[in-house]
Design a protein around this ligand. Sequence first.
Ligand code: SF4
Length: 247
Amino acid sequence: MQAIRDRLRELYGSPVNQPHGHPIAELVRTVLSQNTSDTNRDVAYARLRERFPTWEEVRDAPTDELIEAIRPGGLANTKGPRIQAILSALGEHPDLDWLEEAPRGEAVDFLVALPGVGRKTAACVLIFSFDRPEIPVDTHVYRVGGRLGLFRERASFDEAHDEMRRVVDPDDAYELHINLINHGRAVCRPRPRCDECALRRMCPYWRRLRATSLPPVRAPRRAPLGLTDASSSLSASARSSAGRAGH
Ligand code: SF4
């Protein structure tokens, strides 16, 4: 794990978290970020806050007005009601500041019990608001982490979250989250660029790829002394098969 961290650090630097201390804002921003770009999310979030400055106003707004405000973020008909459902579940005066000091299990359990909130959103709230050591497993972290063997490649997202938290040093959580995303965008894309990847020597996916794509062993040009043409060709063919089977 440290070797992966260090290699990623050489490539992408050592990003430092700057927790902002606003968990409800993070929660709403994460809902808005689903299936859209960061730019569109930011536009939607800015419009939301401008139109409804308090969380109570967002919660109590006519839903069609809220939908209109966040429309640039896409899927507004789904996200608007979801944001209001979350805020309604937070009581009369929505407040999540207590999550900063709450036991980790209690904090995660509370967040994932909110309407439409899963492990990734819960992890985003805890790490970006309070620098609590969680690793949100988004699509990049899931793809790159699975290929690098940080968790089973076909693990559920919940299992991936649990494994990442188990194998990653809490002090490295933010850095690894950001740098796995950087690597997923730059090199380990859906169609990975393994030939130019600085992590390939430590990557089980690459080793597997290499083993299955080795060229077959070629027959020698001339038969070795003492062998007939027929036995030479049979020998080469057998070694070729053995070579493929052995990798
Ligand atoms: S070697 Fe390939 S699969 Fe492994 S991390 Fe690099 S790009 Fe991804």
